[in-house]
Design a protein around this ligand. Structure first.
Ligand code: PMP
Length: 361
């Protein structure tokens, strides 16, 4: 099975590499953290009250929500709950690498449908790749690293075409786009939605995420989860974070405005990019991608090189944060591109190969 080794060392510059919130969480969370007591730390956490609270906030019943140690753990638990060694899992690629890791822990039958050069979700070929053996389908919308959205109609068509499977829609970047299939949980029995509190809410280090869906399905996922998977401080902070809607709206608006500025800035610099619905933009800088990332680091801004992702040769991703961070990111880009002697080139929109369905066996 593959390993996921994100480049975490030495991240002291402006962090535009991991799609984190670049400001901080709601001030209510910070206040709560200042009051943590020794007694609280000695106690095992109780997940249910926070779960009920989150469920109420999202218009669901308590048993329709499972809080997890980030969506990373949610993906892992979904694979444990729904995949046997002979089953198939289906994902699109490029997408979030943890799907590969967690699926391959359970089965060798991972089918990956490659996007074409547009890096849009390959809907028709994805539908054609569903088989009787497909038991788990994971789709990220907006997708990472492409920023592409998968339309609700397409997601519902996938769920309907695979009644023998569970469809997990990973809405980690939902806030920056606004489209969701959460309201479809009531009518689509094999749908589960994942949300993270690492991005818009700024709680990546507290490790908290959520699965929402059919209570019967979630029962299986709950079975494979430790009762103490989320720490009590994070559970408490979650309740405070979701109540502070004004903070969330403010941060999301910063990102939406910043994303437009970033895309306009890239166009002005002549750097091809993929229109994004998330808090990052993927750009195609071609053969000088490594040089650009190094030079940006020297200028105090971290980027993420995505060029080893399938169909992403030469691609680099930049996170969108607060207005000032976008300004610094764009300035550093302008300087770094000039320093490395980068010339705008006629790149195709992407370099993805099209048409293949790959199987790892
Ligand atoms: N899904 C996607 C699409 C992501 O990009 C990420 C984070 N990079 C995650 C899930 C994991 O988020 P968390 O911090 O909640 O584990």
């Amino acid at each position: 099975m593959p390993e996921y080794h994100p480049p975490l060392a030495g991240r002291t510059a402006l962090r535009l590499d991991f799609n984190e919130n670049t400001f901080g969480p709601s001030p209510r969370v910070m206040e709560r953290l200042r009051t943590v007591t020794a007694e609280e730390l000695t106690k095992y956490p109780e997940r249910e009250p926070a779960e009920r609270n989150a469920a109420k906030h999202f218009g669901l019943r308590g048993e329709q929500v499972l809080l997890t140690n980030g969506v990373d753990e949610a993906i892992h638990l979904m694979c444990c709950a729904f995949l046997e060694p002979e089953d198939e899992a289906l994902i699109a690629t490029p997408s979030f690498f943890m799907y590969d890791v967690s699926v391959q822990l359970m089965t060798r039958h991972l089918r990956k449908v490659q996007s074409d050069a547009s890096l849009e979700f390959p809907f028709e070929r994805f539908m054609a790749a569903i088989s009787e053996r497909t038991k788990l389908i994971i789709v990220a919308s907006p997708n990472n690293p492409t920023g592409a959205v998968v339309g609700r109609e397409h997601l519902l068509a996938i769920a309907a075409a695979a009644p023998q499977a569970v469809l997990m829609v990973d809405e980690a970047y939902y806030h920056f786009d606004g489209a969701s299939v959460m309201d479809d949980l009531a009518t689509v029995p094999n749908l589960i939605v994942a949300r993270t509190f690492s991005k818009a809410y700024g709680l990546a280090n507290l490790r908290i995420g959520m699965l929402a869906g059919n209570a019967e399905l979630l029962k299986y996922v709950r079975k494979v989860s430790s009762p103490y998977n989320v720490n009590g401080v994070a559970l408490d902070c979650l309740s405070l974070a979701i109540e502070d809607e004004a903070y969330l709206a403010w941060y999301v608006e910063q990102v939406r405005v910043g994303r437009e500025r970033m895309m306009a800035g890239l166009a002005e610099l002549g750097v091809p990019y993929f229109p994004s619905a998330a808090n990052f933009v993927l750009m195609n800088v071609g053969p000088k991608h490594k040089e650009l990332v190094q030079t940006m680091r020297a200028h105090g801004v971290l980027l993420r090189d995505r060029s080893t992702d399938p169909g992403c040769d030469g691609f680099v991703r930049i996170t969108i944060g607060l207005e000032d961070h976008v300004t610094r990111g764009l300035e550093a880009l302008r300087t770094s591109l000039a320093e490395i002697g980068w010339q705008p080139v006629e790149y195709p929109a992407g370099t993805g190969t099209s048409g293949d369905v790959r199987e790892f066996e």
